[in-house]
Design a protein around this ligand. Sequence first.
Ligand SMILES: Cc1cc2nc3c(=O)[nH]c(=O)nc-3n(C[C@H](O)[C@H](O)[C@H](O)COP(=O)(O)OP(=O)(O)OC[C@H]3O[C@@H](n4cnc5c(N)ncnc54)[C@H](O)[C@@H]3O)c2cc1C
Length: 594
Amino acid sequence: MANVKTHTFDAVIVGAGGAGLMAALYASKNANVAVLSKLYPTRSHTGAAQGGVGAALGNMEEDRWEWHAFDTVKGSDYLADQDAVDILCQDAIEVVIELEHMGLPFDRFPNGRISQRRFGGHTNNETKKPVMRACHAADRTGHMILQTLYQQCIKQKVNFFDEFHVVDLIRVGDSIRGVVAIEIATGEFHIFHSKAVMFATGGWGRCWQVTSNAHSLTGDGAAICLRRGIPMQDMEFFQFHPTGIFKLGILITEGVRGEGGVLINGKGERFMEKYAPTIKDLASRDVVSRAIYLEIQAGNGIDGKNYVHLDIRPETVNHYFAKDGETRRITREDIEAKLPDIADFTRTYLGVDPVKDPMPIQPTAHYAMGGIPTDVEGRVILDAAKKVLPGLYAAGEAACVSVHGANRLGTNSLTDLVVFGRRAGKDMAAFCQQANLLPLPANAADEVIAEFERIRHNQGSAKMFEVRNRMQTTMTEGVSVFRTKETVSASIAELKKLRVAYQDVGVQDKGKVFNSELLEAWELGCLLELAEVTAVSALTRQESRGGHARDDFPDRDDVNWLKHTLCHKVGEGEYKLDYKPVTLGRYEPKPRVY
Ligand SMILES: Cc1cc2nc3c(=O)[nH]c(=O)nc-3n(C[C@H](O)[C@H](O)[C@H](O)COP(=O)(O)OP(=O)(O)OC[C@H]3O[C@@H](n4cnc5c(N)ncnc54)[C@H](O)[C@@H]3O)c2cc1C
């Protein structure tokens, strides 16, 4: 370990998005904490979150946390663990107010309370009509959460290691000793020796071709855990958000439909009336994405192409408000004030002014419902018996608590970050107070250093961009909104070839300083593994539930499949599947109707 610098902390948090920062804020009250982030913290992807954070504040109309809980369980297609959902929806109210007290500049209703808007699947359980539950700061809610939490962490003197890329977890049997990271500016390896480690590294939408996810969302934390013997839970459930900008995938928030926007097909029809007669365009995301696909398949795309329109023009919206018997109306000024970033994106990237023209959209790979399995304190679990691995934590999109089950409701990710980030941070500090710092094993960084040297000096002819493109095409063709045994099997066969090809990927930059090419090559390895786990999990689940729609098994099958998948890596390209019961509660599984 001659060239490896060692740092010692009680706890290391990997990731400085909403989950990592909330955890850091709480953990650092009672422990010496380091936050490591490959990005500068305020560039984390939480900053892209647009529409809102869900909490049943009931600021404009009646709402209750129990309604939020029911909507979340129904949205999850009954796969969410209901004990965790209760915590999510109860704690959400307190945490949103806590964020406001930290200084988060939420929009306000004229009565001075935090402004709330409608979002897909959030309803008044009695009238079944949409309810205003998404607390928002214009369409920049995630940006404001990130800035607020970062300021609080700085105030509390949390130790940040910005642009440190974590590449391995140091696990010895059933204990955790720290992580290995590369300092991006120098290329030097560092060991962070600690009693506890948390992964809050976000999602892996970059497995697909069209995605709302930034280039940095490569699933590093999940892949590192998989390699260190931690199973991945419910990976077959990956959410395709209905409204990505056509071909680009950049997200148009569901807040657009919350403000009254409607989806229109090539025949000029508001087609969601057919698929979700009660809440129409505000049905849950899996339902809307499937509807868009079916319309396109039936030749009802715009001009017969692979997209439909999202229309927020005041004349269209007000027409449908009147038709639905609603009294509210919107104006151009409302759109500019409530959706400024969306208006800006579509003008910049599409040359479309949403006040004057409809926006071309298609489903885009968006959110990982599955991930590193944890209990409600963020402690990572190893098996179906929920055995905890002491000292290892996960939170945010990388984790699977599971509150989103087979399909996440919009606004519930930000809620998940702050609610479970806070719980995990508290538990981590309590763990550190009673745990000893265990010694580092000899040569703790050697294995991963050898892997980086292999990539750096690889003479193979495979091109990184080609392997990545093939993976993204394969996942888009075979493991997308709809899938079958044939499409998923073909994807698995191709991914196996790509795993072999990856061994031949080399890099042109052999240097150390800011070698982003080398790090990207390593990230591609993470994506390839998570893609394979996703496909293997999807092949085995012979039913349709939430984000996993099997054309060959079109119905939900609660008798055989009301259970969580756990996928263990048992060798190179070899996986073993295991299943964990769903925690049920007040809400009995029923057919989903919107
Ligand atoms: C465009 C868009 C809009 C969205 N809008 C909403 C919304 O309105 N409401 C809602 O609830 N959800 C929304 N979501 C989802 C939500 O924003 C994300 O699920 C959530 O922000 C993820 O937060 P996180 O803290 O888990 O991870 P992220 O914010 O993605 O942060 C990950 C962190 O991990 C670090 N990291 C990753 N790998 C490594 C590594 N190897 N070493 C060191 N550091 C690493 C990164 O630097 C970063 O700091 C949206 C998502 C997108 C893409």
